[in-house]
Design a protein. Structure first.
Length: 334
């Protein structure tokens, strides 16, 4: 069952030369982990926030975003409230920015249960303690009485995960949930998210700039560049046989999570800004195999190529033009 579906979603701000999002199609099914990968400024966070009906002020929005059947584009306040309190929840990258520093952790966790769902204080406290235990925080009663400054970044991120689960959402949106943490704590948080996702059968959308990390924890990957999806495929297929030069560039410029460290090859140039536009492929100025007069003049459409969907004029020639990819990284199931 599809929990989240973007259908041709476009978001345009006044005075910008190109859209923030341009015809995005993306799906997350129940029990599935989907990663959305791209450089900073590619539109990943805008995409995630759209799943809660959060669009930039003054933006012109086209297409559809459906969460468990509810279209959020043009939805009224009641429909938005239902999605945000019952169906979907967001985990942001900086837990200290998500929690009021002058209120106790217990107040942060129980407020939605008491004010939105009408639970008693005793019921809400019991539920909060249960969730803190579920995310791996020992002695939940003590942590409920603490203030955010008394907890480490990793502990606070576990609190934020617990808060996202208070109302039993079916869809979890994770916007760079480990970026502000050290490497060992990142692994712990990802393990917690993976366990909770499997135990509860959640659909999970992971936003990240790290394609190696995405490959290690997700079932499918969408690659975004300049507001457009340029490739999507099952993890193993995308990682071992990239069909878009941008995907290959991300793989070639990312250090592997395991195995020997090969020489990294950075993607030349810089991402296209919102004040820039081009008639052709947005990646053409940085592409090693772009064909002048074709790639820079005509924007490619997303089309089926084997098990992948790719937006590239030269997909058929990529295998011969690009270096051989590395083996897929190890996952929990390998």
């Amino acid at each position: 069952m599809t929990l989240l579906a973007y259908e041709g979603l476009s978001v345009m701000l006044p005075a910008m030369a190109r859209p923030l999002l341009d015809g995005v199609d993306l799906r997350v099914r129940a029990g599935e982990v989907v990663a959305l990968v791209g450089e900073s400024g590619s539109g990943k966070s805008v995409t995630a926030r759209a799943a809660l009906g959060l669009f930039p002020a003054g933006a012109e929005v086209g297409g559809r975003v459906r969460v468990d059947g509810t279209d959020l584009v043009g939805a009224d306040a009641a429909a938005l409230r239902d999605v945000r309190t019952n169906k979907a929840a967001m985990i942001y990258q900086d837990p200290r920015a998500a929690i009021n520093p002058v209120r106790r952790v217990g107040d942060f966790l129980t407020e939605p249960l008491r004010q939105v769902h009408g639970w008693s204080k005793a019921q809400a406290d019991a539920r909060a303690a249960e969730l803190l235990d579920a995310v791996g925080l020992p002695d939940p009663a003590r942590h409920l009485n603490q203030y955010p400054h008394e907890l480490s970044g990793g502990m606070l991120q576990r609190v934020v995960i617990a808060a996202a689960l208070t109302t039993e959402p079916r869809l979890l949106l994770c916007d760079e949930p480990t970026t502000a943490l050290d490497v060992s704590t990142q692994a712990e948080i990802l393990a917690v998210l993976g366990r909770l996702q499997r135990e509860r059968g959640l659909g999970l959308l992971l936003i990240t700039h790290d394609i190696e990390l995405a490959a290690a924890v997700s079932d499918r990957i969408y690659v975004m560049y300049a507001g457009r999806i340029v490739e999507t495929a099952p993890v193993g297929e995308l990682f071992t046989s990239p069909r878009h030069p941008y995907t290959a560039g991300l793989l070639g410029s990312s250090p592997p999570l395991d195995g020997p460290l090969a020489r990294l090859t950075p993607i030349p140039g810089a991402p296209m800004g919102l004040l820039e536009s081009a008639p052709g492929c947005a990646f053409a100025p940085r592409c090693r195999i772009a064909e002048p007069g074709r790639c820079d003049q005509s924007a490619p459409l997303l089309g089926r190529h084997g098990p992948a969907d790719v937006a590239c004029h030269r997909t058929a020639e990529l295998a011969a033009a690009l270096p051989a990819p590395s083996p897929a990284p190890c996952t929990e199931d390998s």
